[in-house]
Ligand binder design. Sequence first.
Ligand code: PLP
Ligand code: MN
Length: 392
Amino acid sequence: MSIFTVPPAASIGAPISDIDTPALLLDLDVFERNLDELQARADAAGMALRPHGKAHKCPAVALAQIARGAVGICCQKVSEAIPFIEAGVRDIHISNEIASPGKARLLAQLARHARMSVCVDDLQQVDWLAAAVQEAGAELTVLVEIDIGHGRCGVADLELMTRIAARIQSLPRLSFGGLQAYHGTVQHVRLPGERQQIIDAANARIRQARARLESEGLPCAVVTGGGTGSADIDFASGVYTELQAGSYAFMDVDYSHNQPSGAGVSSFAHSLFLATRVMSRAAGTHAVLDAGLKSMSLESGLPQVWNAAQARPDVVLACTGVSDEHCTVGRGAEAASTAGTTALSALPALGELVLLVPGHVDPTINLHDSLIGYRNGVVETIWPIAARGLSR
Ligand code: PLP
Ligand code: MN
């Protein structure tokens, strides 16, 4: 045991200005509004909501979603489901394929404690699952994943899809649950008209697949898929029985670039921030924040500096670069054009708290141990990101 103690990043009841950085902050009012809004829209559409646990990896968030009416959650990996089951989540869909008999055995163990379902796109996976549930004495629902244009997992050939579904149905302890049809790239297509076009083509494929299965005596109780970017279109299409959105709870810079589909559609706001502090302004031209790649992911672009007072991206400060443990911020366009403003006075002070909106929420969450929930500037709760790192 170490003789040193790193103090906790935050204490309940303390102002957020006291927190130790870097740390993930959650604006609970905004977060709760995001959850309420998507659930209300799913209810109005008569669709089930099964939020994706890979976005938050946090049992407390899952329980908040389920308390509002979510039917359960998705996980992307089998091990990721474990902390959620331990926290009392009783219905988990693994929205992914498994890669080994060992993974099937772990899943079968979990299926003895919660209602579990999983995707397949190969007869081999069905055999691994059948052997595992037999050995564990468990029951498992299995969905066939079809490729609707994303070009990742999923069968494209309807003949093979039907053979896999029939095989699932024929085996003891496995039941055929229906289809998963997920189009990842369309989630981030910026223009609503373009999103609609791609989804229309994808939905035609889903309808065709479902009709083919029905004609073979294999009805689909569930058609699951969709995400934050496609939610409005999926609510209207009537093709899906359940929606798997994840990012909507928090949002990120990437999703803020999506243009909404029109009036009256979902509008989710930023609730998740990476809290950082200025660790250097020695250069005089920029400030350096104490968080880098080890606290945020960058594959979807740079984070945005958040202006907490105005609840919008800052127009004065912009992030200019990120390295392992540093993030540089400089004056944005507006500050640069303001006559008489010296560079230094536009920069935050040494030690000042600076909030960043992460570029991409899912991999950023996976870098942190806890979510610090606050309301009115005061820390209200600290939630463990218990599934962090559980990628097996
Ligand atoms: N379903 C699957 C299979 C996914 O891979 C993802 C995200 O990548 C989602 C749902 C949730 O998407 P989002 O976070 O964009 O709402
Ligand atoms: Mn994502």
